[in-house]
Design a protein around this ligand. Structure first.
Ligand SMILES: NC(=O)c1ccc[n+]([C@@H]2O[C@H](COP(=O)([O-])OP(=O)(O)OC[C@H]3O[C@@H](n4cnc5c(N)ncnc54)[C@H](OP(=O)(O)O)[C@@H]3O)[C@@H](O)[C@H]2O)c1
Length: 285
């Protein structure tokens, strides 16, 4: 069973969860969510843009795990960021998920009418249909613009984060503001370069674990939240099996030293601003 971190609003958030980005087959998505929950996962991460919220909801409802034990995250897409659009989009997400209140609602990208959407999200918290709100892909500059306008502070910033990209500017800022760092691409999106890194391979040998398990353990010990995606039941089980060993301070330092000076995924801000608000994904049933 996973450990948790405490969010600034007092809620506990599991440190390992299941991500369902690019799980476009809704039957596979539903089965993966159910398998993960039955394996002991208590955090699921979806988004409007993944077009699988309804399947996630079915996976949760058919898992047999009590809803109040599950931490469910979804995200709003920039095409829905103006205040009224965000209000309607939150209603749509609640309907598709059909699982009661959303535990964490994120702004998926920092472009468009961020403040209008944030105010709609704050009202959703006031109304009890959303329990926590946060952001994704926000830089220090983006947060500096949002925070003075926010009545309710973001609890999480979900960003690309793994041993090869450790967000050198953002992480100290998040720590100072009490915002939890949540990792996407936590295991490098399947990158062979990351799992073949000698310090990761040698820690894996020393502890009788896989390289992926060592990377996830590194996230846990850095106090991040990580949401590895898998549709493979053996991988789903292995990715949660990281709580029976501990990386030594030396192993942690050697993995920390793998940080590079650029992320794996990059999209220029002008392109994000021009394209993302116009592209409205169509939800799958
Ligand atoms: N907010 C954002 O903008 C954003 C962007 C990207 C991702 N995310 C979130 O972060 C989640 C994770 O990111 P991601 O899916 O892109 O990358 P990831 O979790 O780092 O990597 C997923 C890849 O690793 C493989 N894998 C999983 N467990 C494994 C294991 N134990 N051994 C070997 N291979 C394994 C998966 O294949 P199998 O399925 O075959 O196991 C898949 O190919 C997403 O699902 C999504 O929820 C958010």
């Amino acid at each position: 069973m996973t450990t948790s971190v405490e969010l600034s609003n007092g809620l506990g958030m599991p440190q390992i969860g299941l991500g369902v980005y690019l799980v476009s087959d809704v039957t596979v998505c539903e089965a993966s969510v159910r398998t993960a929950l039955q394996t002991g996962y208590r955090l699921i991460d979806t988004a409007f843009a993944y077009r699988n919220e309804a399947a996630v909801g079915r996976g949760i409802r058919s898992s047999g795990v009590p809803r109040d034990e599950i931490f469910l995250t979804t995200k709003l897409w920039p095409s829905d960021y103006a205040y009224e659009k965000a209000e309607a989009a939150i209603g749509g997400a609640l309907e598709r998920l059909d699982c009661g209140p959303i535990d964490l609602l994120l702004l998926h990208q920092p472009v468009g009418d961020v403040q209008g959407a944030w105010h709609a999200m704050e009202e959703a918290v006031d109304n009890g249909v959303v329990r926590s709100i946060g952001v994704s892909n926000f830089t220090v500059d983006d947060l500096e613009k949002l925070l003075p306008e926010a009545r309710i502070a973001p609890v999480v910033d979900q960003v690309e984060l793994h041993p090869h990209w450790q967000q050198p500017e953002l992480l100290p800022y998040l720590a100072e503001k009490g915002i939890v760092a949540e990792a996407w691409y936590p295991i490098g999106h399947g990158s062979k370069k990351l799992v073949d890194e000698p310090p990761i391979v040698s820690a894996a040998r020393a502890h009788g674990k896989s390289a992926v398990q060592v990377i996830l353990r590194w996230h846990v010990q850095r106090r991040f939240v990580a949401i590895p995606k898998s549709t493979n039941p053996a991988h789903i089980a292995a990715n949660l099996d990281v709580f029976d060993f501990q990386l030594t301070p030396g192993e942690m330092a050697d993995i920390d030293a793998l940080g590079k000076d650029r992320p794996m995924f990059r999209m220029p801000r002008w392109l994000m601003s021009a394209v993302l608000p116009l592209a409205r994904p169509r939800p799958r049933p």
